[in-house]
Design a protein around this ligand. Structure first.
Ligand SMILES: [Zn+2]
Length: 286
């Protein structure tokens, strides 16, 4: 009898939660976050492409990298222009890089996820929520640019890792409102990575990866930092194995590691505590 009652309570809670998700205020918030995310992603695309020549962002109008034709504003609308042009330049018909829609769409999705995490899922004080959201946008932006910079050039720009680090600490302090969660998250992430990098003189990973690991450790806090490390190594190991088996990489081939750290970090940020609760449940601790 007792069991049945608790089951009924859970069902009505689920109904209430579902109704809450579809209120007009929440839908408006999600829509605004999505559109803002598309615009933020569109800016990040420009930073990724022109990072090494960042003054040109201020000077030059956007142009096709292949035929140099200047792009009219209606070819610069995030996502929609790519779809409308079917992925080809209006002038020279050469394909537009998939990086553009991928960055725009994933930034939009992650801004919505951040909005959900900060404003809807957790009952933060308004000031904490606003500070956490702004810092999250900055950290997310830096990490997305790092992701592609490391992928293309096997290099993590110092400036970006410091922006990620600073923004991650501010986010974490505002979001968790408990400095020990921030500090221990950062330590748990950075110590194992530093022990891998420094004794081996950066054979597998570089010094840039240490800063990114620290940033993500602070961002996700303790204990999600453990999920971050495990996820990054599982995903990195899986891709490494696939590359080696397909003959595209050897054991000594340098592989950019920042993208795996960043994917692992996002998993830990959004599902970290759930994964820990689930795993402890399997072990019989929950
Ligand atoms: Zn063109």
């Amino acid at each position: 009898m007792l069991k049945k009652e608790s089951a009924a309570a859970t069902t009505s809670e689920t109904v209430a939660a579902t109704a809450f998700i579809f209120t007009i205020e929440v839908m408006e918030g999600v829509a605004i976050a999505f559109v803002f995310g598309l615009i933020w992603g569109s800016f990040l695309n420009v930073v990724i492409v022109r990072f090494d020549d960042w003054l040109s962002i201020l000077k030059d109008r956007s142009h096709c990298p292949k035929c140099k034709a200047k792009l009219p504003w209606y070819d610069l609308v995030p996502l929609f222009s790519f779809v409308a042009l079917r992925g080809k330049c209006r002038q020279c018909q050469k394909p537009i890089s998939w990086q553009y829609p991928i960055v725009e769409l994933s930034t939009a999705a992650l801004v919505v996820a951040g909005y959900y995490l900060i404003f809807l899922l957790n009952d933060l004080a308004l000031l904490n929520a606003v500070v956490a959201m702004i810092a999250y946008l900055a950290a997310l932006g830096a990490l997305i640019v790092i992701f592609f910079h490391d992928l293309y050039e096997m290099l993590v720009p110092e400036l970006l890792s410091y922006i990620a680090l600073g923004a991650a600490i501010i986010f974490s302090l505002a979001f968790f409102a408990d400095w020990r969660t921030t500090l221990y998250g950062g330590l748990a992430a950075v110590v194992p990575i530093a022990l891998l990098v420094y004794p081996t003189k950066g054979v597998w990973m570089g010094e840039g990866d240490v800063k990114i690991a620290a940033a993500i450790g602070f961002l996700v806090g303790w204990p999600a930092a453990i999920v971050f490390l495990i996820a990054a190594f599982v995903i990195g190991g899986f891709f490494g194995a696939v590359l080696m088996l397909s003959g595209q990489a050897k054991l000594k081939t340098a592989v950019p590691f920042a993208p795996f750290l960043i994917i692992g970090g996002l998993i830990a940020l959004f599902w970290g505590t759930h994964l820990i609760t689930w795993y402890m449940g399997i072990l019989g601790y929950a």
